[in-house]
Every structure is written in C-alpha cells, then in structure tokens.
Design a protein around this ligand. Structure first.
Ligand code: NAG
Ligand code: NAG
Ligand code: NAG
Ligand code: NAG
Ligand code: NAG
Ligand code: NAG
Ligand code: NAG
Ligand code: NAG
Ligand code: NAG
Length: 383
C-alpha cells in the first residue's frame, strides 16, 4: 500500500441552525420488538441504543452517568416516522451510501468507463452521500435483532443514483458494557463500483466548543477547495496550527478566534469539516482494536469521555463529527473522493466488483465516566 495509513476525519459543520436533541425514553417493546415509537432497542450495562430502519440510523444512545442517570448523547427525532417527513434531513447517525461524502462533479471512471452520479450538492456541482436518494434516505430491512445486537440490510439496485452494479449491504450494531460497536459489510454482486461507507456518532450539547479532542495520529489532512471537494493535496497539520489535534488534546473552540480558522471548512466557513488522516502505520504494526484513534472528552456533560477506535479493512479507519458548534460529528470512513484521486492508492479500498472480498468497515466506541468532573455535570441540562 502506498501510504499504509488509517484515515480519520473530524468535521464540525455549521449545518444546523438549531441543535435538535433526541430523547426517546420509551422502553416497552411491542410486537416484533418494535417500540410504539417505531424504534428498535438494544442494551447492555450502562448503554442503551435505539435504531430506526430509515438509514439504519442510530436515533438514541443513552449512556448511564456516574449518578446512574441516563443521558442521550446523539441528535435525532422522537419517532421513526418523522425522519422521512423532516425536510431538514441533516444525516443524523445514519449510513450514507453507497459512496459517503463528496464525489467531484459526480463523475468517476472505472476500467475506462465513465459514470455520472446524481448531482445533489452545491447546486449540482457534486454528489454528496450517494445522491438525493442515498442509503440514509431509505428504509433498511431488519434481518436480525437480539437484546444486544441488531442487523439491517439494504439492496441497492444497478444504476440507482447513477452507480453501476447491484450492491448488497449489511450493518450490525452491538453493545457491550459501556461500549458500542458497528460493523458494515457490502458486496458488489454484478459490476465494479465504488463503495465508501461511514459510521457516525454525534454527542449533542450546546457546549461542543469546550469538548476536548485528541487525534494522536492525525498529522495530515486532505486539502479541500471552496466547496469542500478534495484538491488532491495532502497537507501537514503543523504543530500549534488550528488543525493540530495530534500534539496534545485541544478544545474544539480553542482556536475559534484565529483568522486561520476562516475558510478551514470551505468558503467563508469558520470551523472544522476536515478529513484527518490517521498515520498509525508510521509507528509500526498495530491492532486497530487496541489504541484509540480519537478521544473526545466533554468537561461539562463531562462525566463521559468518548474514546473511539475504528478499523477499515483491518488497517485504516476514520472518525468524523458534524454540526453548528452545537454538536460534534465523527465519521469513520476511507479517504474522501479517493475514487478521483488514484495517486492516493485507495482503489483497493474503494472499488469493488463481483468476486472481490467484501467491503468491511468496523468501529468501536468506548465510553468512560470521569468521576472527577461529575459535579460539574450536575449543573448541566440533560439533552
Ligand atoms: C414525531 O417526532 C417529531 C419530532 O421529534 C415530532 O414533532 C412529532 O410530533 C412526533 N410525532 C408523533 C406522532 O409522535
Ligand atoms: C420508512 O418507514 C416509516 C415507518 O417506520 C414510514 O413512515 C416512512 O414513510 C418510510 N420511509 C420511506 C422513505 O420509505
Ligand atoms: C461533469 O459532470 C457533467 C454532468 O454529469 C458531465 O456532463 C461532464 O462531462 C463532467 N465533466 C467532467 C470534467 O468530468
Ligand atoms: C490554537 O490553540 C492552542 C491551544 O490553546 C494554541 O496553543 C495555539 O497557539 C492556537 N493556534 C492558533 C493558530 O491560534
Ligand atoms: C470554553 O471554550 C471557550 C472558547 O471556545 C473558552 O474561552 C473557555 O475558557 C472554555 N471554558 C472552559 C471551562 O474550558
Ligand atoms: C460570510 O459569512 C458571514 C457570517 O456568516 C456573513 O455575514 C457574510 O455575509 C458572508 N460573506 C460572504 C461574502 O458570503
Ligand atoms: C475499550 O473497552 C474494552 C472493554 O473495556 C477494552 O478491552 C479496550 O481496550 C478499550 N479500547 C480502547 C481503545 O480504549
Ligand atoms: C483482515 O484480517 C483478517 C484476519 O486477521 C485476514 O484474514 C484478512 O486477510 C485481512 N484483510 C485485509 C484486507 O487485510
Ligand atoms: C478526569 O478529568 C480530570 C480533569 O481533566 C483529569 O485530571 C483526570 O485524569 C480524569 N480522570 C479520568 C479517570 O479520566
């Protein structure tokens, strides 16, 4: 592999005017394990998660704090039906696909054949998250559901949104005590096609600027233009620059007044919507399950610190996170628009055909409680 890296990206997008928190305290399962609000639940010690078929989305993630009180840390809506109805569609904890993030001009070439995909972003300049009817706009099928695990399936037809070939995908979410795990697999059954999925997680709070983020392997990032399309360049995250989250943990808002933060997330945008590359290979062999690539800690709600580890084909991964300074979005995925930047050497991770190994993406999120800061949390409104 050219770079042998793991990819991580963090984005703090100025997307939502109002952070809408999700709360769904309903725990009574009805027939088929569906709760009256249309959600599916799995649980383990200290953790309880709700899901909906729409986008195979995580709608609620309750973490029990040091006082035994559950806190719902992700954005979402109260019931399953509203996700389809809402015009806002801020990509809430779902699975974008079949190609997450942006494809420049919605155009790519495989084996000399050029394909054009649905141009649903930036007024028709590119494809975002698989097009206007991407995977997180569709209801997935629940194919397995136990007390601590749920599996969703989607069959994406040949030609949908302009992508070649049929893709069959599964996502399995599992909980263990204070731990959340996701695994996505996808098979291209008929033609070669690009596949890039991501998994994400948004802790919600009006205080995200005070979240501390640590990305110890994120020495570089993918350069983007005014509309956040990769330019092809890989940039160094110089120490003490606004994008330095590797030399030490840093609050997301620490550099909010720095002039160099303007334009960091596209034209006239101040903040982070950044694909940070995790160069773990540079430090020798590793097991992705052991060392976190990202640690997010909140001093206020701050009884929990979110550690995250994720793997992509065993050897790469990426977290990302999004919203208007009110929440953080962490997306786990391979290099954005790698399909149009062959010099990055991501083809084997992004183009799949019949007979190839399946696309696999795995991520683990560990949650830990910080007793030291529990008192501070008492003064914070629950989400
Ligand atoms: C569904 O959730 C939305 C947003 O949370 C809410 O506005 C709506 O009233 C809910 N509908 C029902 C039937 O509960
Ligand atoms: C998804 O399923 C919900 C019921 O849970 C339904 O209200 C909604 O219309 C469906 N959406 C789509 C896009 O099929
Ligand atoms: C950009 O996309 C348009 C619409 O799909 C297509 O006609 C055009 O050839 C593409 N341009 C390039 C340079 O790929
Ligand atoms: C960003 O914040 C850190 C921590 O406060 C500081 O050390 C660094 O100099 C700041 N960088 C810029 C460009 O403002
Ligand atoms: C929270 O972040 C702001 C800047 O974003 C900073 O001025 C303030 O000191 C931080 N508060 C704490 C308690 O760290
Ligand atoms: C840049 O953003 C600011 C604040 O959002 C806005 O007031 C201003 O009009 C924008 N300028 C341009 C040229 O878009
Ligand atoms: C996550 O938690 C599990 C179980 O407590 C532990 O074995 C693992 O080392 C933790 N991973 C990280 C990256 O902290
Ligand atoms: C991933 O790891 C498994 C088991 O360790 C191995 O069989 C497989 O070949 C690896 N896949 C890749 C793409 O390295
Ligand atoms: C809790 O937070 C405090 C203050 O940031 C820190 O000194 C301490 O090491 C943390 N404890 C744990 C267990 O993470």
């Amino acid at each position: 592999m050219v770079m042998g890296v793991v990819l991580a990206a963090l984005a703090v997008l100025p997307l939502l005017a109002a952070a809408q928190s999700c709360y769904g305290g309903n725990t009574i399962a009805g027939s088929n394990n569906v709760m009256p609000n249309g959600k599916y639940q799995i649980a383990s010690e200290g953790i309880r998660a709700n899901f909906i078929p729409y986008g195979a989305s995580l709608s609620n993630l309750f973490i029990t704090d040091v006082h035994g009180v559950e806190r719902d840390i992700v954005l979402g809506f109260d019931n399953a039906t509203y996700y389809t109805e809402s015009k806002m569609h801020p990509h809430l904890c779902g699975v974008p696909g079949r190609y997450a993030n942006r494809i420049k001009n919605g155009t790519f070439t495989i084996d000399g054949e050029t394909f054009h995909t649905n141009l649903n972003d930036n007024g028709g300049l590119d494809t975002l998250h698989g097009g206007a009817d991407g995977w997180d706009y569709r209801n997935w099928t629940v194919v397995a559901h136990t007390t601590d695990s749920i599996t969703f399936n989607i069959v994406d037809p040949d030609g949908k949104e302009g992508f070649p070939g049929q893709v069959i995908a599964y996502v399995t979410y599992t909980v263990q005590p204070y731990q959340w795990h996701l695994k996505m697999t996808a098979l291209s059954t008929t033609k070669k096609t690009p596949i890039l999925l991501d998994g994400f997680q948004n802790p919600s709070t009006p205080l995200a600027l005070n979240y501390s983020l640590y990305l110890p392997y994120a020495g570089t990032r993918i350069a983007i233009d005014n509309i956040e399309i990769p330019t092809g360049d890989i940039l160094a995250n110089k120490q003490y620059s606004v994008n330095d989250f590797w030399s030490a943990p840093k609050q997301l808002g620490a550099n909010i007044t720095s002039p160099s933060l303007l334009g960091n997330c596209g034209y006239n945008c101040t903040g982070y919507d950044t694909c940070y590359i995790q160069n773990r290979d540079a430090y020798g062999p590793y097991n992705w399950r052991q060392a976190p690539v990202a640690t997010l800690a909140s001093p206020f709600s701050g009884t929990f610190a979110i550690k995250e580890t994720q793997g992509f084909f065993n050897d790469s991964s990426r977290p990302r996170v999004a919203e208007k300074y009110g929440c953080v979005v962490m997306e786990v995925e391979d290099w954005i628009d790698g399909i149009n930047n062959p010099e990055w050497g991501r083809d084997k991770k992004q183009i799949f055909g019949p007979g190839d190994d399946p696309y696999v993406l795995e991520a683990t999120y560990n949650f830990s409680l910080n007793h030291t800061l529990a008192a501070t949390f008492d003064h914070t409104a629950t989400s």
